[in-house]
Design a protein around this ligand. Sequence first.
Ligand SMILES: [Zn+2]
Length: 401
Amino acid sequence: MFIKFILFAFLTLSPLYALSLSNKMVEDHVWGSGETLLAFLQENQMPLKLYYEMDSEDEKLLADIRVNTIYQVLKADDGSIEQVLLPLNDELELHIIKGNDRKYHASVIPIIYETHQKSLFVTFEDIPSRDILNKTENFELSLGIERLFRKVINFKKVRLGDRLVVYYTEKKRLGRFFGEQKIEAAMIEQRGKKYYQFLALDGKYYDKKGKTTNTSSFIVPCRYKRISSKFTLKRWHPILHRYRAHHGIDYATPTGTPIKAAYNGRVIFAGRKGGYGNCVIIRHPAGYKTLYGHLSRFHTHVGQRVKTGQLIAYSGNTGRSTGPHLHFGLSLNNRWINPALKIVFTKGLSGEKRRAFNASTKLYIRKMDNLLKANAHCEKMDSSLQDLEENSTLGTTKEGV
Ligand SMILES: [Zn+2]
C-alpha cells in the first residue's frame, strides 16, 4: 500500500515528474565508476541511515548499478535535494523524496516507461549500425539488431541495397531511450535471401522454422539439488510488500561442490565482493561476463585463462546468503541478463508455445512482405523523381518534392 501511495503521489503530484516534462530544475547526473550511495548521501548532507536502513537485497541492487547510468536530482532554491531518482536496473529505481515532515524517505519503485510499438525499415547505404542509428537515433536498438543476427549473417558482408525490417517496442524513461528495446521480429535480406529472427514466448529467438540460432554455449556451472531462486529484474514480493530483483540464478548445493567456468574466458576478479561474498568473475568473448558468488574456496587467480568446464572454485555460504548455494550471474555489456536464456538446452519449442510461435511468425512475415513491397514502390518513385530532377532545368530541390 505504502509503495502504491508513493507511486501515485509521484506520478500525480511529484514536482520531479511535472518539471521533467518542462525540462526545468531537474539535474541529470551520471553514475560514475566506483560511486556509492553512501558517498552520494555524504556529499549532499543527507542522512546516512537512508543507506544503513536498507535491507540486504536492496543493498545488492545498489552494488549493481551500471556505470554511466543517468539519474535525476531535483533541488530546492537553497540547493538542498528534494528528490532523487536513480535507476538500479532496467525495471527498478531508487526514489528518495523529502516528505512534508522535512525528512527523507527512500523506496524502490518500478521505472515508469513510455512504450511505443515501432517498425523500422532500412535499405543499407553505409555501415549497418550507422544506417540504423541514422533512422532511429537509438544506439541500444542497433546493438540489439547486430547481436540478434551475429550468428546468422556476416555484418561486414552487408551490401548496398540489402534490406532490414524490424518490429520492436521502444522504451523511454523521462523522455530518453532507456534499457533494452524489445525486438519482436526482425528480417535481414542479404543478396535477395531473407533471414528471420522471432521472439517466442520462452524469451528466446528462433528462425522461421523454429530453430534457435542464438543460444550461447554457457554450461550450468555446478551440480545442484534445485534452483532456489530464479532471475528477475522486477518482482512484487507479496509478504515483504516490496519490489525485489535477483540478478542471477541460485543453485542450492552443499558447501564444497566444485564450481566450473561456464564458458572459455579470462578470470578478472577473485576475491570478496560485498553481498556476493567470495566471488569469481570471468570475462568471455562478445561482451559476456559470468559471476560466481558465495564461494568457500578459490581454485583460480586473476588473469588466468580458463576453459569451459574448468574447475575455478568450491561453493559455499559466504556474503549475504541464507544457506549454501551458488549465485550464478551473467552480464552482457555490463547489463545483467537471465542466464537461463543462454545456457545450452536442446529442447526447442513445443505444444502451446510452438503453436503461438507459428501463428505470430506467419503474421509478421506477411507484414514484412507488405512493408518491403510498399517501400520498393516508394524507392522506384524516388529514383524516377531524381531522374526528373537531374533532367529538369527548373531545379526542384529534393526536399521540395
Ligand atoms: Zn543469488
